[in-house]
Design a protein around this ligand. Structure first.
Ligand code: ADP
Ligand code: MG
Length: 228
């Protein structure tokens, strides 16, 4: 039978944004693949296209040209419903800002992706366990406004993991945190990756954090260049 395809594969991907006098070409001729359960960090100066790349990997946007395959399926030919299902079930997102809903408790925020996916009956138990794993057992009923920045990001990580995604995309997840909170979040992300076995793509400006996620790539000239 056929080999297992990479979890995500980009072939000759380009991304341009409309602009005057010429379009802005952010990604160009980008080839990349990531196997299930593996991690990389992406570094590069502000504006080089890191968020653009994560948005494409997460099916939040489409490339101008080239193809992106998720578990061997070309995302270009999937319906909006199928893409939404992949986004919700197979991919977890963590952004620089937590994007928690202020009117809901930490526990309710963690459960939000489950509402859309009609996922397993154990979701509530998993949400409670994930919050405990994030050191937030006593904050389940707190609202985001009652939490510190680091605590909010840890709730956002629990929310990203509730559906057991195969891929976690983290876009500068520690970018708004102080040094201690950033280290704590990075520790937890590394531990959870080992425990849950998902693949991780993390964008970070912090070399110490990048180094903990296996291979480091610099986004340079619209392509991913491995660092040694
Ligand atoms: P990074 O995350 O590395 O800071 P981005 O991917 O956010 O970079 O942006 C790359 C470039 O594309 C920047 O010059 C940015 O201004 C531009 N850009 C990003 N999103 C859009 C958009 N929706 N429309 C037009 N230009 C954009
Ligand atoms: Mg960015």
């Amino acid at each position: 039978m056929s080999e297992t395809p990479p979890l995500i594969e980009l072939r000759k991907v380009a991304k341009e944004y409309p602009g005057a006098p010429a379009p802005l070409c952010v990604l160009k001729d980008l080839d990349f693949h990531l196997e299930a359960g593996t991690c990389i960090a992406v570094v590069g100066p502000s504006g080089c296209g890191k968020s653009t790349l994560l948005n494409l990997m997460g099916a939040l946007d489409r490339p101008t040209s080239g193809d992106i395959f998720f578990a061997g399926r070309n995302m270009a030919v999937l319906s909006e419903n199928e893409l939404a299902r992949i986004r919700n079930r197979d991919i977890g997102f963590v952004f620089q800002l937590h994007h928690l809903l202020p009117q809901y408790t930490a526990l309710e925020n963690v459960l939000i992706p489950v509402l859309a996916s009609h996922a397993a009956a154990d979701a509530h138990g998993r949400a409670v366990a994930l919050l405990a794993r994030m050191g937030l057992a006593d904050k389940a009923d707190a609202r985001p406004g009652q939490l510190s920045g680091g605590e909010r990001q840890r709730v956002a990580v629990a929310r990203a993991l509730i559906n057991r995604p195969r891929l976690l995309l983290a876009d500068e997840p520690t970018g708004s945190l102080n040094e201690a909170a950033a280290q704590q979040l990075a520790d937890l992300l590394c531990e959870l990756q080992r425990e849950e076995g998902m693949a991780v793509v993390i964008v970070t400006h912090a070399p110490a954090i990048a180094a903990r996620f296996g291979k480091i790539f610099e986004l340079h000239g619209g392509r991913l260049v491995p660092q040694d």
